[in-house]
Design a binder for this molecule. Structure first.
Ligand code: AMP
Length: 395
């Protein structure tokens, strides 16, 4: 038995899960938030208890040291050396990384160099990697890329119709994201459907605060809704999704915004459900507002559903039909009303939900027996995929 830690480092947060491997048992998990801000919060869930500490944590290196010391002080581990593997979620792997890799000095440098494609995420991912490599010099360190699953997309899906040079010289193309989640739920869906992934055409819908849909043919991603960055695709909690690029210069002139990055920030952080509702990016608030007759919340909900339906329609065309649509992530796993609203508008395509199965805690097939295209709910588990990849690459 060995202990492996799965790390998901964001720009100001670090989410972790400690596993006993190969048993795949979760020993403890936690989240450090507000890194770099006053009063950072570190929480550790272990043995049915949640331990929370509040203190200033200035950067990811400090966060990793605090997390490792918490593991010791809570007697989750006796020595750092018990952790023999670390797995790191890396958002952008560009065209370079088609699968998970052992991290060397060179790989760590390449991950840093890919920051241009994910300026908020890759530097944080790299900081987490450096901190763990320094603290656990004898452990196996593995990078798991959000983009890797999508590297099977054909050029017809990943190229944009812009001058060739932009691709040839600057690698402007669709990379997608959430790949680990799409891969995991598609493989689980195949188990539920009693078929090999190679025999199936699936549309996976990762609907959380970030939202992306993927068309999967024979186990391979052939198209996905996020693009060059995660800003593209369907409307999300705070992101616009697809937008006419001409809006950018127009809004800049109208509002006096002179730095285009300021506008991109608004498209990433103040748009989507938050932008339309004017109140919240959280689907639970939107559903409540809609129930109470709030017109803006209702419009936000309607736009959100409409954009997802349109992408499912696109992918039914891309795949020339599908065996199943799979819902996952915070909203996809937990909101029956959202799933129902999406599927109800797609009955012509042969999607049909069984209301008695579209319930809280649903896991598996929720469509009627007669439905031509099955509908499934599958809780995603990106951390488990990361821990498994560490295990695989440690052999
Ligand atoms: P994630 O990014 O996967 O953590 O998902 C976050 C989103 O899931 C937020 O918009 C939450 O409001 C939403 N969510 C979580 N639980 C529920 C629920 N029971 N009903 C509706 N939305 C939910």
């Amino acid at each position: 038995m060995s202990k492996t830690i799965a790390i998901n480092a964001g720009s100001s947060s670090l989410k972790w899960q400690l596993y006993e491997m190969p048993a795949e048992t979760v020993i403890a998990k936690g989240l450090i938030e507000r890194i770099g801000l006053p009063e950072s919060v570190s929480s550790v869930s272990f043995d049915g208890d949640k331990h929370v500490t509040v203190k200033d944590i200035h950067n990811h290196t400090e966060a990793v040291a605090i997390l490792m010391n918490d593991l010791k002080s809570l007697a989750i581990i006796d020595h750092f050396s018990e952790i023999t593997g670390t797995g790191h979620r890396v958002v952008a792997g560009g065209e370079l990384f088609k699968s998970s890799v052992l991290i060397t000095d060179e790989i760590a440098k390449q991950i840093e160099n890919l920051a241009e494609l994910a300026p908020l995420h890759n530097p944080a991912n790299a900081a987490g990697i450096h901190a763990f490599r320094a603290l656990l010099p004898n452990a196996t360190h593995v990078a798991v890329f959000d983009t890797a699953f999508h590297t099977t997309m054909p050029p017809v899906a990943y190229r944009y119709p812009v001058p060739n040079d932009y691709y040839d010289k600057y690698a402007v193309r669709k990379y997608g994201a959430h790949g680990t989640s799409h891969m995991y739920v598609s493989q689980k869906a195949a188990e539920y459907l009693g078929k090999a992934p190679e025999e199936l055409k699936l549309i996976t819908a990762h609907i959380g605060n970030g939202v992306s849909l993927t068309a999967i043919d024979g186990g391979k991603s052939v198209d996905t809704s996020m693009g060059f960055t995660p800003l593209a695709g369907v409307m999300m909690g705070t992101r616009t999704g697809d937008l006419d690029a001409s809006i950018i210069p127009y809004i800049m002139v109208k509002t006096g915004i002179t730095d285009v990055n300021e506008l991109i920030d608004i498209f990433n952080k103040k748009s989507g459900l938050a932008g339309i509702s004017g109140s919240s990016s959280d689907m639970r608030d939107i559903l409540k507002g809609r129930e109470e007759g709030d017109e803006k919340a209702t419009l936000a909900f309607d736009l959100f559903i409409n954009r997802i339906q349109k992408y499912i329609g696109q992918y039914l065309a891309v795949l020339n039909g599908a065996d199943a649509v799979v819902f996952t992530a915070g909203i996809g796993e937990n909101s029956g009303p959202v799933r129902k609203a999406i599927v109800d508008g797609l009955s012509w395509f042969g999607l049909d939900i069984d209301e008695s199965k579209n319930i809280v805690g649903a896991d598996g097939i929720i469509s009627t027996a007669a439905a031509k295209v099955k509908v499934l709910v599958i809780p995603t588990d990106e951390e488990l995929v990361i821990a498994r990849d560490v295990e695989k690459l440690s052999q």
